[in-house]
Each structure stands twice: as C-alpha cells, then as structure tokens.
Design a protein around this ligand. Structure first.
Ligand code: ZN
Length: 104
C-alpha cells in the first residue's frame, strides 16, 4: 500500500518512446531528491549505468532495471525497460507489474 508521500508515484506508466523513458527517469530522480524514494540495489544488476549517472546524463543501456522504495511505507517501485528490443518499458509499483513484462 502506498502512503500520502508516494501516492502520486503509485501509477502504472507504460513507456513506449525514449521521451517517455526520459520523463520517467526525471520523475524518479525528483522523488529521490526530495527524499520520497530511495534507490534499492538488487542482486541482479543489469544496468550499465548507475541511476544517478543515468538521470544526470540521460543515458541508459540495453536493459534498464532500477528499483526504488518509499522511505515511509516501503512500497517498492520499478523502472524497467528493454531498450535493445525496442519493446519499451514501464514505471510501476513492484506488486503491480504489467503481466506481459514480468517474465523476461
Ligand atoms: Zn509511501
């Protein structure tokens, strides 16, 4: 469940274009700067760039897989994309991943 701090972030946002990916990166970056979210590091790290580097330079690798958690309620969020296949990606609360993208 989300809390009032991360409520606005608790949306599924499907990413189909680099512009939409940039927008999602900016939103995540803003949430990190205002301390709503913290980045969490997972055992599988597919990213070619740290999220900071990604957000500052707007660069990303073939696989984008950043994870975040709300500092208050611990709701987790994922920013994921497969830019290589051009299949797009998503921003989503962890427990509501679009099912078509779960098994990659
Ligand atoms: Zn929250």
């Amino acid at each position: 469940m989300s809390c009032q701090h991360c409520q606005e972030l608790c949306v599924k946002y499907i990413i189909r274009t680099p512009d939409q990916l940039r927008k999602a990166i900016r939103v995540a970056k803003a949430a990190l700067s205002d301390k709503t979210l913290s980045e969490i590091h997972t055992a599988d790290n597919w990213n070619q760039y740290s999220f900071n580097e990604c957000a500052e330079k707007m660069v990303w690798g073939d696989i984008v897989d950043y994870h975040f958690a709300c500092n208050r309620c611990e709701t987790q969020f994922v920013l994921g994309a497969e830019t290589y296949h051009g299949s797009g990606g998503y921003w989503s609360p962890e427990n509501e991943k679009p099912s078509s993208i779960i098994d990659h």
